[in-house]
Design a protein around this ligand. Sequence first.
Ligand SMILES: Cc1ncc(COP(=O)(O)O)c(C=O)c1O
Length: 422
Amino acid sequence: MNQISEVTEQIVDRKLSAVAKRTKASIIREMLKSTSIPGLISFGGGVPDPETFPREHLAEIAKEIVEQEYKTTLQYGTTEGDKQLKQQYIQYLRKYEGIEGLEEDHMVITSGSQQALDLIGRTFLDTQSICAICDPVYLGAASAFMIHAPKFIKLTMQDDGPDVDILERSLQKMTEDEKEQFKFFYLVSNFDNPTGICLSLEKRIRILEIAAAHKILIVEDDPYGLLRFEGEKIPSIYKLAVERGLQDYVLLLNTFSKILSPGLRMGIVVGNQKIVRKLVLGKQVADLCTSPLLQRMTARYLERHDPIVHLQNALKVYAKKRDTMMASFKEDFGNIEGVHWTYPQGGLFSWMCFPDWVDTMEMLEFAKKNLLIYIPGEAFSVGDSNKNCMRLSFCLPSEEQIREGSKRLLKAFQQYAFMKGR
Ligand SMILES: Cc1ncc(COP(=O)(O)O)c(C=O)c1O
């Protein structure tokens, strides 16, 4: 026992690198551990419903490629990624995004988009660096960037996406040195995690204009674009950039996690060849290559099946759950002053904010006593903003659980308010 504490003191407390010291546990991943409590309703994790995974098709393909293509699929692969998958992805982007002119060296396959975020952090950020993010921000991106301790410019969220005036004003005020240190602006363009907000066409164009005027890189993360339940599809920032000859200013991150299965861990970055090359070098160090077996499975799946056709059922289920959540919130919170929430046209999340005196991290204890969990807003902050907000995911609970969960949330709020003397 003593020996262990000595090791802890000698090694863990004293020898860790600055990066390791800055690496914090993800509140979400910690909370997901408690989702097995009987009777608990979770509005927490943003994971897709397993019933939506095309498991029969994937099983059939897996058997086939292990038996027939084992010389490549069970071997190491190139760091850049499987050529067959890249070719399928080029067609996929042509079909669903209308993006033309892509070559294989415009893309690198990553182990999920999370690896892409990590590689982008490693490739661009130092402690003197400056980058712009939204507030609230996707926790996984914030963590990947924060380990390098850059300075953040935080863009508050509005109904149609981040307040880009903040970005423009900050860039205009920068000294030459600061401009040199400014690395990129990261955002989730469709049905943002955590707010569910979809960036308007006007703001997408505005962001590109700012990028071109100030020569900055935009990192467009788009895991949820195909999960639209209603409204017209808006072109990606990358597509708008291609139309204007500005594509070198944008890196597009996609993933198959929300449209096929997160267990495949299949992500892709599309952008300028030289930037992609740098990301490839970073990936060599990180993991040599993304699993060739899983890459070929994804490629073969895309070759044989249309993921969008497959998604239609899931989208109907998610849309109904979203409707149930919105109706329940209206019924339970509609008359409570200062409580408001977003109406997502797609994706997996709604973002609810309470009056300023509420701390949703504190309130979580009351929610847990009522067998409910959500993700406190503070988890999506660099600093201590969003304390009065929370992310609520509607993808996993049943409609009945969503209705009951909303009632439990109200009860937790009332008990918390009573404790606060409100
Ligand atoms: C905005 C955003 N980016 C990236 C990711 C990471 O996705 P993955 O690593 O599964 O591709 C997620 C996952 O939830 C996400 O919400």
